[in-house]
Design a binder for this molecule. Structure first.
Ligand code: ZN
Length: 278
């Protein structure tokens, strides 16, 4: 069985930490490089529910998309939300490793997994990484549908294929408009409207869209928007990443057990449609 340092070195080949954004906090949060690894759990969020799932599974390594401490900290006291996570991890000899914006921009990356879950044909990155001469890496993906569909039917596909959340799926724009081309970006995508407009796509699928950018983007514009729960748009990456590590494990004869958490860590717990009919 491999040591943690060997598993982490292989993860760094998939998502090189130097490709993370400057502001990001990726890499290993805790863990002993010499410890043995037999089970790995992939999840979106490094929250207590996920750590407890790893304890039950007997996993020695959790790989999450979101960082635990993005902005640093002066305390890991167990009385704090994140400190409790750290305590539980260390008490159970579980390592935590983060692949965030380095996984967003990878090939394949977070948005490839999202496009794959929806059976979209990927054309190119929405925001190409200028350091990639092949033009395959970057943020978001511009995609085509196998056949044109209405915005409503495309959103129904998103609702059906992504894991269930309380938020569900929101649409902006004419639900009956025909959709052929789609920009997708897993996670918060409302900083990408300029690139979406420049790509000339029919619809943009992302998460965390806010009132003003949506209002501006759809005003006098045929662009349709599909807003899913942040967690749901990034969860397909966990399955993609687990398959990548499985393949590495087979190649190296490691015999790792690789798991994907199905725990919904999207923080919204219920959704009511407002404006009850009279
Ligand atoms: Zn995210």
């Amino acid at each position: 069985m491999p040591r943690l340092s060997e598993v982490l070195a292989s993860l760094d080949t998939l998502w090189p930490p130097e490709r993370a954004e400057q502001w990001d906090a990726v890499g290993t949060v805790c863990g002993d490089p010499d410890a043995s690894v037999t089970r790995v759990l992939f999840a979106v969020d490094p929250v207590q529910d996920i750590v407890e799932e790893a304890v039950k599974l007997g996993a020695e390594l959790i790989v999450t998309h979101h960082p635990l401490y993005l902005r640093g900290t002066t305390t890991v006291a167990a009385s704090t939300f994140k400190g409790r996570v750290v305590h539980t991890l260390i008490r159970h000899d579980i390592a935590l490793h983060v692949a965030h914006t380095n996984a967003d921009s990878a090939d394949p990356g977070v948005s490839d997994a999202l496009a794959g879950a929806l059976d979209l044909r990927i054309v190119r990155p929405l925001v190409p990484d200028p350091t990639d001469p092949a033009g395959r890496r970057g943020l978001g993906r511009v995609c085509e549908l196998d056949r044109p569909a209405t915005l409503r039917d495309f959103a129904a596909r998103v609702a059906h294929r992504l894991p269930a959340t309380a938020q569900g799926i929101r649409i902006a724009g004419d639900p009956d408009a025909l959709v052929r081309t789609v920009a997708v970006s897993g996670g918060s995508g409302d900083s990408l409207f300029d690139q979406v407009r420049a790509a000339g796509v029919d619809v943009f699928l992302t998460a965390d869209l806010r009132h003003h950018p949506v209002s501006e983007a759809t005003h006098h514009s045929p662009l349709g928007l599909v807003d899913a729960a942040h967690w749901a748009t990034e969860w397909p990456w966990c399955e993609q990443a687990a398959a990548q590590l499985d393949e590495i494990s087979d190649r190296n004869g490691w015999d790792l057990r690789v798991h994907v958490s199905k725990t919904v860590t999207d923080p919204w717990s219920a959704h009511l449609s407002s404006g009850a009919p009279n």
